[in-house]
Design a protein around this ligand. Structure first.
Ligand code: TRP
Length: 373
């Protein structure tokens, strides 16, 4: 059934129908008119052209204000619960493109408190992961003069007064309806959405005037930001705008790359050998024999290797289409595609891992209000 799936910030199950999800959440499509408007600033990023970032809330407002000379802040984040994988950095790459295109300030929130409350981890674990994950974020090359990393347990003194005011406006009934909490949910979880809301309002405090915020994120975060937007007018803050992307698929053909299936997940710290092995085992949906594949062709729509090219590793539309056509005609086989993807990923990771080492110095100066790692 098309609507037999679930997407919440903490759980994604079933086959996601992204159009159904957009209707369920009530977000607007990123249509041709909006893409055209974005083209005034830069050639739309492949993730926009290809419908990976496919839905939004009030992105027009961000552009209207920008055109009047009012710069927005970017805000995104990460719940540090484990090593960074390609699914995590996909929206960060897009955030970097927005920062470069519009030359704006950016806040990156690391919700170590969230992961403590929702996972079987202690605060030392989540704190350590926050640092490791921050290296991956910094490695992508965000402007060090315009980007600050927030760690909730470090910056709580600034976040808490905002979070408190949010919390006072959100009832338990709302939290229950939006997130599905029940009598067994610990009370920290019920409060948490206030902490994720705080950086959406922080720029207005920093600037001392109402300041628009754009949040590019995975669509699974929308439940938080629906709450954030609902309380904004009552707190005299602008409602944040959102740009949402689809979940990065797993190598196993699943809808979401997840650390619960290590073999279907590429971590930023993987070695070339590990990448080769994981891509080698990826789901392609190809035929069982070479002869059959040559005759019937493959199906790029369901192929995880193709999806990786589509989502992240082949920016050239013409090359991507040629890849799909050749596959359908049986002119290229899964083995060849896997070798080519392995190589692309390894080139990317080699560069990323070098940048990640350099980030150890840079990250020291990128902490919000100067906390020490
Ligand atoms: N809750 C997010 C996660 O688990 C982390 C996060 C905090 C976030 N603030 C955000 C993600 C803003 C996107 C946008 O990964």
């Amino acid at each position: 059934m098309a609507d037999d799936f679930k997407v919440t910030p903490w759980e994604v199950t079933g086959d996601i129908d992204y159009d159904v999800l957009m209707k369920r959440f009530g977000t607007a499509p990123i249509d041709d008119a909006l893409l055209k408007r974005i083209s005034k600033y830069a050639e739309p990023h492949p993730m926009l052209r290809r419908g990976i970032f496919y839905t939004h809330r009030d992105f027009n407002v961000i552009l209207d204000e920008y055109e009047k000379g009012n710069k927005f802040y970017l805000y995104t984040g990460r719940g540090p619960s484990g090593n960074t994988h390609l699914g995590h950095i996909m929206p960060w790459i897009f955030n970097k493109w927005i920062q470069d295109t519009f030359d704006v300030n950016m806040l990156f929130q690391m919700t170590d408190d969230e992961k403590f409350l929702f996972k079987d981890l202690n605060v030392e674990d989540t704190r350590k992961m926050a640092y490791e994950n921050a290296l991956d974020f910094v490695a992508l090359g965000f402007n060090p003069d315009k980007t600050k990393i927030i760690v909730d347990t470090e910056n709580v003194k600034t976040l808490y007064p905002i979070a408190l005011r949010v919390a006072k406006k959100v009832t338990y009934s709302t939290a229950k309806a939006v997130f599905g909490f029940d009598g067994e949910s610990n009370i920290g979880r019920i409060f948490f959405t206030s902490m994720e809301s705080a950086p959406a309002f922080l720029p207005s405090e920093i600037e001392g005037k109402p300041t628009n915020v754009l949040i590019p994120a995975g669509i699974d975060q929308d439940p938080h930001f629906r709450v954030t937007r609902d309380v904004a007018p009552g707190l005299k803050y602008p409602k944040p705008s959102l740009l949402y992307c689809k979940m990065c698929p797993g190598l196993n053909g699943g809808d979401k790359m997840s650390s619960s299936d290590e073999n279907a997940t590429i971590y930023t710290t993987d070695t070339p050998k590990q990448v080769k092995k994981k891509v080698g085992r990826a789901f392609t949906g190809g035929c069982v024999s070479v002869d059959e594949q040559r005759e019937k062709g493959g199906n790029p729509e369901i192929c995880a290797v193709f999806k990786y090219n589509y989502y992240l590793f082949e920016h050239d539309d013409a090359k991507l289409n040629e890849m799909a056509d050749k596959c359908r005609r049986g002119e290229i086989l899964c083995g060849e595609c896997k070798v080519a993807l392995t190589q692309k990923i390894n080139v990317f990771l080699e560069n990323h891992q070098a940048k990640r080492e350099e980030a150890r110095e840079i990250v020291k100066n990128m902490t919000f209000e100067g906390f020490k790692w």
